[in-house]
Each structure stands twice: as structure tokens, then as C-alpha cells.
Design a protein around this ligand. Structure first.
Ligand SMILES: [Zn+2]
Length: 304
């Protein structure tokens, strides 16, 4: 099932922006500036935990989610070199994945559509059916796990596998399920010639699973066995940090882009730049005075 919104031409972009009423948010000169840039094929820009409500005035801990996501989108759009791909890693919607939430979310992310292919995964505050209904004509059809929002894309130095850990809307824990794990194993076996990086909304949670990924053990056992799997990228905890699994797999926890759990923890986005044998993950805080703004985690992949 679909997960990827293709990059738009200038003509298609303007047609859609006008239809969606999003054109007013962008000046004509900023429209023009979005197009015709070469992309940096080695980078992926990550957004996570946007929690966009229908009402653009909604706030949490004095943070306005719509304004925060808009700021991150604008920062990425203003860069001279757009990324090769963009991922928004779940909890796109505020709380329950309402159609109106996705309408607002769609308007805010509109400029990203001009920059690069945009991949959307789902979290526990999304609704799969309402998400699919909100983006019906945009999505690339893919044969994958029925009723799950999964996919993959390739880049020079890695293949990226996008999973769907949404179990129950507005309930914290997540689950992949046996069928999705089987699909993942099949895809990993087929695409063994490059490093593999897995992207999933829920955090692998070791020991008793309370709010994280229920089938962490099954997932990590599978990934540990496949030597070409180098990293897992996830959100959900709203807490930027990088750790390492005992297998050597890197565990990259994205910060929330728009909805902080703790006011002092960073909100923003992450730029991943791939190399042959590793990757650099750079934190881009929305508050440029945050002490962690610009922090770089330089990761070396485990051996094949
Ligand atoms: Zn969240």
C-alpha cells in the first residue's frame, strides 16, 4: 500500500497549491525558489512527531505545532541543496488522525512536495484509513503488506525500508505483526547488495514493552541476523538520542519536529548524510540557540 508522494513539477505544484488553498502561505518568489535545484542524493531529511491538528492555532507546552512544522519546512525549502528524499516518520496528526488534521498537515508540507520524494509513515496518533483517504491520488501504488503502510526506496549508499507500527489509534504501543516481518525479511533478502536502514515510528523497547514496539524482540532478532542491516531510525519517544544495539546496529531516535514532551529537549529535524561505510546524523533545532543545535552523530556501520 502507498507511502510515497512523488516530487511535483512546478506546474503540478501550483495547480495543487491553488486547489488546496495553500498558495497564500507562500509568496510567488518563494514558489519559484523551490524548483530547479539539484538534489543531494546522499542525504535524507527526517521530520517526526508533527502532531498537526486541524486548527493551526493548537499548542502543546506553549509550542504551536503548525508553526513549528512550518518553520522546519521553510528551513529545508530555503537550503540551496535539497535532500535526495524526505521522510516524515509518524504521528502526522494531532491525536486521532482526523480527516481535518490531514488536510492541515497536507497544506503545511506542500512545499516539501516540490523538493524531493516525500515518504510518510504512520504512528499511534494516525489513522491508516483516514490517512489513505486524505492522500488518494498522490500515492505510488506498491504491492506490499495488505492493510499496512510500508515501502522502500533506494539511494547510492543504502536502501531504506519504511515500516508501519500503528497498532491502535490513540493507544501508545505499536506492533509490526508477523506478516509485516515476513515481508521485511523477504525484502531484506532481495536487497542485500547495499546497507539497509529500517525506519519505523515506534521505538524498539527492550525488556517489558509498555509504550514502544511490542515485537521488538522479533524485529531485532531478524535485523541482527542480516549483516547488511546497519541502523534503525524511529521517533515516538520525542527524545533525540543515538545508541547502539548489542548486534552493532545503530539506533537513531529522532527528535519531535513540533510536539515536545519536555520543554528543554530539542525540537527540529535531522539531516542524514550517507557515506559508504556509515552516516552522519545532524540535529537541526528549530531554536538555533538550543545547546544541541547542529549536533552531529557520526556513525560507522557494523561489519558485513
Ligand atoms: Zn508522537
Amino acid at each position: 500500500m502507498p507511502v510515497t508522494l512523488p516530487q511535483l513539477s512546478r506546474r503540478d505544484f501550483l495547480k495543487r497549491a491553488a486547489l488546496a488553498g495553500a498558495a497564500a502561505a507562500l509568496s510567488p518568489s518563494s514558489h519559484a525558489a523551490l524548483f530547479g535545484k539539484a538534489r543531494d542524493v546522499h542525504t535524507v531529511a527526517f521530520f517526526s512527531d508533527a502532531h498537526i491538528a486541524a486548527d493551526t492555532a493548537a499548542t502543546h507546552l506553549n509550542c504551536n505545532m503548525a508553526a513549528q512544522l512550518t518553520a522546519a519546512v521553510n528551513e529545508l525549502a530555503a537550503r540551496p541543496l535539497p535532500p535526495g528524499n524526505i521522510v516524515v516518520n509518524g504521528d502526522l496528526a494531532f491525536e486521532k488522525g482526523l480527516p481535518e488534521d490531514y488536510a492541515t498537515f497536507g497544506k503545511i508540507i506542500a512545499p516539501l512536495r516540490a523538493l524531493a520524494p516525500l515518504h510518510l509513515t504512520l504512528g499511534n496518533h494516525d489513522s491508516r484509513e483516514k490517512f489513505w483517504a486524505a492522500f488518494p491520488h498522490d500515492t505510488l501504488q506498491q504491492k506490499a503488506v495488505p492493510l499496512r503502510n510500508v515501502g522502500m526506496f533506494g539511494a547510492d549508499h543504502a536502501n531504506w525500508f519504511l515500516l508501519d507500527s500503528l497498532l491502535l489509534t490513540a493507544s501508545a504501543p505499536g506492533e509490526l505483526g508477523a506478516e509485516q516481518l515476513k515481508w521485511l525479511e523477504h525484502e531484506l533478502n532481495f536487497h542485500f547488495h547495499r546497507p539497509a536502514i529500517v525506519v519505523v515510528h515506534h521505538n524498539p523497547q527492550f525488556g517489558a514493552v509498555t509504550t514502544g514496539l511490542r515485537d521488538t524482540t522479533a524485529l531485532m532478532e531478524l535485523l541482527a541476523r542480516k549483516a547488511h542491516v546497519k541502523a534503525v531510525v524511529f521517533g515516538h519517544t520525542h527524545d533525540w538520542r543515538v545508541t547502539q544495539h548489542e548486534s552493532g546496529i545503530q539506533l537513531v531516535n529522532l527528535p519531535p519536529t513540533a510536539y515536545p514532551f519536555h520543554i528543554k529537549r530539542p525540537c527540529g529535524w535531522v539531516r542524514c548524510t550517507l557515506a559508504k561505510d556509515g552516516a552522519e546524523f545532524e540535529l537541526r533545532c528549530l531554536d538555533v540557540n538550543h545547546p544541541q543545535h547542529g549536533e552531529k552523530q557520526v556513525l560507522k556501520w557494523r561489519k558485513d
